[in-house]
Design a protein around this ligand. Structure first.
Ligand code: WTA
Length: 635
């Protein structure tokens, strides 16, 4: 059904054959050549892969580079005046930055951070919306070798506090507020709350993102006064020419990091109650961010690329903040919601900026479908030439709808499978060579060894350059979570099947990780949050299919609170412990949870009940069958 690209693709059939046979003949040598051809190394590496401390694999040992240098400085000769970022917010305010302008701002900000005493290895927490200043802050951290950890602006004060504490962050970069769906989201208020009883943060840099709001300014000033840490000039002043010491500074020697030194830590959910700080290195990560962007999105100099992910998630790292910049691309970034000021917003932006590559999530596509064609048909989307999907299974029906109605049956779709841990895309068709099959991600990319075990476990049987370094402060969890089941293979936790063309179809998770609107969460994490509430004696959280969000949550709660308001109370509690994106669809109060004789909660049964199904499978281990009957009557 789908056409492969007719224009010359970055990877054509011959390139793919040559690449694959090169990897087959000399796996490490091929990676080494790709690294030398694509990455600027200040000092070249002396070993391609060190396996002596596996699964803590080390790539490009001894090489020295800097991610920010590879995203910005490398373009100053040929692309200085090319637009790097086109930014728009919900109110229609727009801003563009060329590579030269972006570089200048990053250099200024890095100089300020250095002046302030931030050094290589220091942790900096960034709690901001998607805007040029957040990208500048991230790039500035990278430039001086400070380890940044972005916390999604939708996360609550509690979630932010937990991350700051584990990281022992020295500096927090945040903003007064931002506007989403015409409402003020007062980030600094949450940040202030997160800093209560804080031990490590000594400095705070605030971006006055929202200006001209007296009430907000008064609140912000009061909050500032209540903090006993150094608060610096607002970002806009640091980036303008007001900061005298660095105003003429146009360059700043980056910190050259050894390939395996940490560039960033991004927290993600796993199957226990505590999120994992996924640590990424330097050379291998940026190599794959650059290459995979180029190969999968077939990025050309004249393209206008738009990935709708937020910087708080891995897609907003690899395919907004790094990959497109490393390729010298022009990209659109949009801060607001897709349905504000109205449901035309995305199509307005595509038409206005002549977006040619559009990368989004199935949850958004399902919402577009529900909002109706009338919003789409009004717009000229003929600039689009390639579409992408990420974060959750797209399913063949949504795929077809996307293909026909957004791509007008002429744009290939890349359905990209990957994870926070993998650093970049692992499975996808290549648009110049392979035809997509609706709802099936595709083959593993060149150099990636994805395999499926007899019991359908997807695993990666060779180390690859952008793999995670480990879990921050938790090497044991790293080994146990990813490397303990299949020898020398990385286990992502997804189930999959593979067909005769080596196309891999992702079949969902094999653990308690769920995906709400493409946002990864763990049911255990929600249960841990619920346990903190005085009304909760015990809880079990399960996922149910959701028409738009992909999955939704149902919480079964044994409570001592019979006020009748339990659902609202606990929904608000989850939002405050984790964030609004984790709000459940339903909270069901019950007298007891179904358990085995050894006391294990039988979530499988609750899952059936939550989905309105008859109980399937064995219930012989269930201790008290009347518990199920009692829950059924509450549903
Ligand atoms: C799921 C997001 C099906 C998968 C980049 C994975 C997908 C988890 C796809 C990682 C896809 C991601 N098809 N499922 N194309 N892409 N997933 O870390 O379960 O937020 O393990 O990274 O999302 O989520 P994460």
């Amino acid at each position: 059904m789908e056409e492969v690209l007719t224009v010359k693709a970055n990877i054509n059939e011959n390139d793919l054959k040559a690449l694959n046979s090169s990897f087959d003949n000399d796996y490490l040598g091929t990676w080494a050549n790709l690294a030398k051809e694509n990455i600027f190394f200040k000092e070249t590496f002396n070993e391609i892969l060190d396996e002596s401390d596996k699964p803590h694999y080390k790539w490009f040992l001894g090489g020295k580079t800097n991610i920010s240098y590879n995203c910005l400085d490398v373009h100053l000769k040929d692309k200085a005046n090319k637009t790097a970022l086109i930014f728009e917010d919900e109110l229609g305010e727009a801003q563009t930055l060329t590579y030269k302008e972006l570089h200048e701002k990053v250099v200024k900000f890095s100089a300020y951070l250095r002046d302030l005493g931030i050094r290589k290895g220091d942790r900096i927490c960034i709690y901001m919306s998607l805007c040029p200043e957040s990208i500048i802050a991230i790039q500035a951290c990278l430039r001086i070798g400070a380890i940044h950890s972005v916390v999604f602006a939708g996360f609550s004060a509690h979630a932010l506090r937990d991350r700051i504490n584990e990281l022992e962050a020295k500096l927090l970069i945040t903003q007064n507020a931002f506007i989403r769906r015409n409402k003020k989201v007062e980030l600094f208020k949450f940040a202030r709350e997160a800093l209560t009883e804080n031990q490590s943060v000594t400095d705070l840099i605030l971006f006055d993102r929202v200006t001209g709001d007296t009430e907000l300014d008064e609140d912000t000033n009061a909050l500032k006064k209540s903090l006993d840490i150094k608060i610096h000039k607002p970002i806009q002043d640091l980036l303008a020419d007001k900061y005298a010491d660095i105003q003429n500074l146009t360059t700043l020697e980056p910190e050259w990091l050894e390939s395996n030194e940490t560039s960033f830590i991004l927290y993600t959910s796993g199957s226990t109650g505590k999120p994992k700080g996924i640590e990424h290195g330097t050379s291998g990560y940026i190599l794959w961010a650059k290459l995979s962007t180029n190969w999968v999105f077939d990025l050309k100099d004249e393209d206008v690329y738009w990935c709708t992910a937020d910087i708080g998630w891995i897609t907003g790292h690899t395919y907004v903040t790094y990959g497109p910049l490393a390729n010298g691309a022009t990209q659109v970034i949009y801060e607001g919601a897709p349905n504000f000021p109205d449901k035309n917003q995305f199509w307005n932006l595509i038409e206005k900026y002549k977006v040619s590559i559009f990368y989004t999530a199935p949850t958004a596509i399902r919402a577009f479908e529900q909002w109706g064609l009338e919003h789409i048909e009004k717009h000229d989307l003929s600039s689009l030439r390639l579409l992408g999907s990420v974060g959750e299974p797209i399913g063949s029906e949504t795929w077809k709808w996307f293909y026909e109605n957004i791509g007008k049956s002429k744009c290939p779709i890349v359905d990209t499978w990957w994870q926070t841990e993998t650093g970049g895309i692992m499975i996808s068709t290549l648009p110049g060579v392979q035809t997509a099959k609706p709802g099936i991600a595709g083959p593993a990319l060149p150099g990636i060894h994805a395999e499926i075990s007899e019991d359908s476990l997807l695993h990666i049987s060779k180390p690859w350059p952008s793999m995670l370094k480990g879990i921050y402060k938790n090497p044991e969890r790293y080994k146990k979570a990813y490397w303990s089941l299949i020898e020398d293979s990385y286990l992502p936790g997804d189930l999959a099947t593979i067909d005769e063309d080596s196309y891999i179809c992702i079949g969902g998770r094999n653990d308690d990780v769920i995906n709400i609107s493409g946002h990864r969460l763990g049911t255990a994490e929600i249960e841990t949050a619920l346990a903190k509430h005085v009304s909760v004696l015990e809880s079990a959280v399960v996922a149910i299919p959701h028409k738009i969000k992909g999955q939704g949550l149902v919480c079964f709660v044994v409570s001592n609170n019979n006020s009748g308001d339990l659902s609202n109370l606990l929904t608000a509690h989850i939002a405050s412990e984790i964030g609004a994106h984790a709000k459940p669809e339903r909270v069901i109060a019950c007298a007891a949870l179904p358990k085995t004789r050894s006391g294990k909660v039988m979530r499988r049964l609750l899952q059936d009940l939550a989905q309105g199904k008859d109980i399937s499978g064995d219930i012989s281990t269930l201790e008290d069958k009347s518990v199920l009957e009692a829950i059924k009557s509450r549903i």
